[in-house]
Design a protein around this ligand. Sequence first.
Ligand SMILES: C[S@@+](CC[C@H](N)C(=O)[O-])C[C@H]1O[C@@H](n2cnc3c(N)ncnc32)[C@H](O)[C@@H]1O
Length: 172
Amino acid sequence: MSRAKITRRRLRANRRDGRHGCWDHLVIAPLWVAYDANLGTLLRTCDAVGACLAVPRSPHYRNALAVGDTLRRRRPCIHWVTTGKTRWIDTQRDAGKRIVAVELAEGATPLPRLTPASGPSVLLLGHEHNGIPDDVLAGVDECIEIPMVGYGASLNVAVAGSLVAYRLAGLS
Ligand SMILES: C[S@@+](CC[C@H](N)C(=O)[O-])C[C@H]1O[C@@H](n2cnc3c(N)ncnc32)[C@H](O)[C@@H]1O
């Protein structure tokens, strides 16, 4: 069997055409993620799985995404959070979305047991050093933990978020 790499032209032919709309079905929300490279990576994951990205509207996030945006004019829809993080999460919950945290926490669902989202969902990701704040974690509908067997305490946040996003989107 041939294992020739698929050309860029053929890949593009099988993908969506034109700009992203706001799908709002899955929103990846790295509200506490600080490092530019992680934000750029998560933006590309949003594109790949058909999700929107939600981040605070601050110069830091705007600059990080401007630099990390390798998709240029075809980037995913970005929801700018202007109301404060906790208030924004409450608004999403009131709008009927399921709030899912990606975190190493007591009682979390192991990733292999996670089923694809059956309704609109928001995926919260934590800060590279401090994780998701405890008071936020206490109020989420579900927390997902990615099992690890290695020495490291945790995964890179963009890797963790991408693994869970693929599963929630029904693509893995
Ligand atoms: C590097 S970790 C932060 C760890 C931090 N030292 C703590 O104790 O909370 C950054 C973020 O990546 C995600 N993460 C990393 N590894 C994970 C795992 N194995 N399962 C679930 N989430 C993970 C979580 O969203 C976490 O908040």
